[in-house]
Design a protein around this ligand. Structure first.
Ligand SMILES: [Mg+2]
Length: 402
């Protein structure tokens, strides 16, 4: 097993949205600030450290915050502002190394490649990066350094807030073995409870088990758990620069036969939206505009578009707007091609502001996992399985309808 001893730096902005708000509005400094939607179904997107002292955390529902910290100052999220700031941070980090991954709106990974692992090298690198971010934006971040993304991220989590964490190779075994099992990436409360039943509380408890036995017990998760317990990380690097962001993501399909049935057109749009949305998720993008294209049998093509009140990535929401646009076009002749396009793209939010969104986000994540494992379109909305489609022998996307 080959492990590249790279120098990987993880940057995590401290209480990002709250810090940006406090930076742009001095009246909020030193106060318990919560960025989020303060409604019946609202949740905390980001809480300042002053608010965290009361036990407020990101993801907490608004009613709980009211109980814990009634004096909290709520600020409605201004995504464009945070995103602009992220681009500024990326610009600051870019000269350090070309291998830079924007992991989420407030987290980045940087790879400095093989070699040069000394404590003083890591320390001065970490301090330089922290200082550049602080000088360039006025914001504080925590920096973690390790041999791969997993180790760097754990190093960050141990150093929050405003810290510099390092997991040096010669300290690795000592630090890593003594981590609580849920300090590993992707081990949540549920997995923690299950692992506890097998006597696994610390990472070193995993060392008593073989990889085969763990995967027998927990499937793919067991395999990954074993690797993580030894600090192995196989995650790919997705380097995203702002000029790599495409203008739009679209998909269109010429139909097997011209159609007049509005119900079928809607289904074709849904399949197209799923494809578009999946590509957007891969690239971590969302978009603020949707357009559709309708080509009639005489090849006359109509496009119709709309700017949206909020950015979308979820195929269900894209579909909702696409169907509205289709209603407005109201095709009166047989249609031979349909297309969907999402434009005005930006990097997607890592955090969702409404509990409903969080649920859908989790669902879509689960669907993506299934697609990765068993192939695309293994699970599809039931509407695409309609008898009407099958009876007519109408198969716009064989992999979907077969
Ligand atoms: Mg953060």
């Amino acid at each position: 097993m080959k492990i590249e001893p790279n120098t990987v730096v993880h940057i995590d902005m401290d209480a990002y949205f709250a810090q940006v708000e406090q930076l742009s509005n001095p009246g909020l400094r030193g106060k318990p600030v919560i960025v989020g939607f303060h409604g019946r179904r609202g949740v905390v997107a980001s809480a300042s450290y002053e608010a965290r002292k009361y036990g407020v955390k990101a993801g907490m529902p608004a009613f709980m915050v009211d109980r814990l910290c009634p004096d909290a100052i709520w600020v409605y999220p201004d995504n464009a502002k945070y995103e602009d700031m992220t681009f500024r941070i990326v610009e600051i980090l870019r000269p350090f190394t070309p291998v830079l991954e924007v992991y989420s709106i407030d987290e980045m990974f940087m790879n400095f490649g093989y070699g040069e692992i000394t404590k003083s090298y890591w320390e001065s690198l970490g301090r330089k990066i922290k200082k550049s971010v602080r000088d360039g934006t006025g914001l504080r971040c925590t920096v973690g350094i390790g041999r791969n993304k997993l180790q760097a991220k754990v190093a960050t989590n141990r150093a929050k807030p405003d810290g510099l964490g390092m997991i040096l190779p010669d300290e690795f075994e000592e630090i890593w073995g003594n981590l609580d099992i849920d300090e590993l990436w992707g081990v949540g409360q549920r997995s923690k409870a299950v692992l506890e039943r097998f006597g696994i509380r610390k990472v070193k408890d995993v060392w008593h088990y073989s990889r085969e036995y763990l995967s027998h017990l927990f499937g793919a998760f067991g395999w990954v758990l074993w690797e993580m317990a030894y600090g192995i990380d196989r995650s790919k690097w997705v380097t995203v620069y702002d000029d790599d962001i495409p203008k739009s993501v679209g998909n269109s399909r010429t139909l097997n036969e011209n159609i007049t049935d509005f119900g079928i057109m809607k289904r074709v749009l849904l399949a197209l939206c799923m494809e578009v949305s999946s590509r957007m998720r891969e690239k971590k993008l969302e978009g603020r505009g949707v357009s559709i294209a309708v080509r009639y049998e005489d090849f006359k093509t109509i496009t119709h578009q709309r700017a949206l009140p909020y950015p979308v990535q979820d195929f269900w929401k894209i579909w909702h707007f696409a169907v509205e646009l289709l209603c407005e076009v109201n095709p009166e002749k047989p249609v031979r091609l349909l297309g969907v396009c999402v434009w005005d793209l930006c990097l997607a939010e890592s955090q969702k502001f409404w509990t409903e969104d969080q649920k859908r986000y989790k669902l879509i994540e689960a669907l993506d996992d299934i697609s990765h494992k068993f192939g695309k379109n293994t699970v599809i909305p039931a509407i695409l399985l309609s008898h009407k489609n099958l009876d007519k022998g109408y198969r716009p996307f064989p992999r979907i309808l077969v």
